[in-house]
Design a protein around this ligand. Structure first.
Ligand SMILES: Nc1ncnc2c1ncn2[C@@H]1O[C@H](COP(=O)(O)OP(=O)(O)O)[C@@H](O)[C@H]1O
Ligand SMILES: [Mg+2]
Length: 452
């Protein structure tokens, strides 16, 4: 993309309504525009990152054997009356009446719809295990929407639902979700810690939340520092192997890690003092095993291998896709702007032409732009007729992890400047070497995306 042809309405002023860095930076970088309280338009740069995060979530869910589908945003109240949640959900549910006077609602989640789909089509254990998921907009009429996309009213969420014949098989589904979530967050360049959580309106006893450590997080968290050293990396995972998934879950849930809701001082005191940490965290996902709560209420049953009719064991599992943009920025920014991890960056590399209109500089930038694209990369070329300072400031603000700077002085020596946004370090290399280096870096990112 050439910046002169793109739509990236960068703001010079810091918007007064934004209280935290991620909200401020997303507005300043022209990623989102507020359309109403807790409701946002996703401008091209923000939309690009949203799609990258969504793609990682899709990849990892399908790798775990979970099946994508799509359910509607607007639902009929009938199913929610069946489960008993139409009244329970309270004011957070946006209730709508259609022209025929029928009660409708904008879905805050999808347990009822998916259970109805299941009971209409599945009746035998032979069709299990089954995990269906979708990524769809949700609406929750939050009292205090704030922090931009972090606590919106309309937000984008992945929600998945497992159906299993018994508890053991449902716990395996729970474990698969935990492992695939850990891998998803790692690919986004995030450290998200699974913490034992309280269950809330969804119900059930087995539940973990995934928290990204950040001062601006809404939850207070307590953990054993040992947990932050754990890394899944690129190890191959066989999602059909129950013991393997369970071993990973055991490892990640062994160190103490809880939110204020489930925190237990006595247990925490058993963690060696030097390893005890308390801080704040942003919830970026949650997994639940809730047994037969919905299947019993809604008559979702199967015949088991002994011919008995039993309610299915279910769980539901969510990732806050739109919230993740805010969480990643909270975890990765500095005073100049965002610092995107390579896995989710809107563009792979920025090209800054220090002297737009100079024949040599323009030609070198064009060659670089073409070379990067030919290598399968996605560069953003700042070809505007702007001062160097303004170009650097925009690049730092939007946070591409790599920048290639082309100027007349370097060109005389046959070099361009390759700069890391994260470390701020620069090296002078030939244009070819810069392309090769960027291709190598993103080659590693793509390798992580390959099925193992
Ligand atoms: N108002 C919101 N705005 C943005 N993301 C949200 C919002 N509410 C929930 N999410 C995201 O969706 C994920 C799954 O939702 P869930 O656990 O049902 O929500 P909650 O914890 O608020 O009850 C959460 O972990 C969070 O990342
Ligand atoms: Mg939650």
């Amino acid at each position: 993309m050439r910046l002169s042809r793109y739509f990236m309405p960068v703001l010079k002023e810091t918007p007064a309504e934004a209280q935290i860095a991620s909200h401020r930076l997303m507005l300043r970088a022209g990623m989102i525009k507020q359309a109403g309280a807790g409701i946002y338009s996703w401008l091209p740069l923000g939309f690009k990152v949203l799609r990258k995060i969504e793609t990682i979530v899709h990849d990892e869910q399908q790798r775990a054997g979970h099946i994508p589908m799509l359910m509607p945003t607007v639902q009929s109240a009938e199913l929610w009356r069946e489960s008993g949640r139409y009244d329970d959900y309270g004011k957070e549910m946006l209730r709508i009446t259609d022209r025929h006077g029928r009660d409708m609602l904008y879905g805050p989640t999808n347990e009822e719809l998916i259970t109805d789909i299941f009971r209409s089509h599945v009746s035998s254990y032979r069709d299990l295990p089954l995990t269906l998921y979708h990524i769809q907009w949700k609406f929750r009429d939050e009292v205090r929407p704030r922090f931009g996309v972090m606590r919106g009213r309309e937000f984008y969420m992945k929600d998945g639902y497992n159906f299993d014949v018994d508890r053991d098989s449902a716990i395996h589904a729970y474990n698969r979700h935990m492992v695939s979530y850990l891998r998803s967050y790692e690919r986004m360049g995030l450290k998200a810690i699974p913490m034992r959580a309280a269950s809330g309106p969804i119900g059930g006893d087995d539940t973990h939340e995934f928290l990204v450590l950040a001062e601006t997080g809404e939850s207070e968290v307590f953990y054993d520092a040992a947990i932050t050293d754990l890394e899944l990396g690129t190890r191959a995972v066989d999602y059909d192997d129950r013991a393997q998934c369970e071993a990973i879950v055991r490892k990640w849930t062994a160190p103490y890690a809880r939110t204020d809701e489930t925190h237990d001082e006595a247990l925490f005191a058993q963690v060696p003092e030097a390893q005890r940490r308390s801080s704040r965290g942003i919830e970026v996902g949650q997994i639940f095993y809730f047994g037969t709560k919905y299947s019993e209420a809604m008559g979702a049953t199967v015949t088991n291998d002994e011919g008995q009719v039993v309610p299915v064991h279910m769980g539901s599992h969510g990732i806050g896709v739109s919230r993740l943009l805010g969480a990643i920025i909270e975890a990765s920014h500095d005073e100049k702007g965002i610092i995107w991890p390579e896995g989710v960056t809107p563009f792979d590399v920025g090209i800054v032409n220090l002297r737009q209109g100079d024949g040599d500089c323009d030609a070198a930038c064009e060659a670089l732009y073409g070379g990067l694209r030919a290598a399968g990369l996605d560069p953003l070329y700042d070809d505007r007729d702007e001062r160097a300072g303004a170009k650097f400031a925009s690049m730092d603000l939007i946070g591409l992890p790599w920048r290639i700077t082309v100027g007349p002085r370097g060109l005389k020596n046959g070099v361009v400047e390759l700069t890391s946004r994260r470390s701020g370090e620069s090296e002078e290399v030939s244009a070819e070497a810069a392309i090769a280096r960027i291709a190598e870096i993103y080659g590693q990112v793509r390798a992580a995306a390959m099925p193992s």
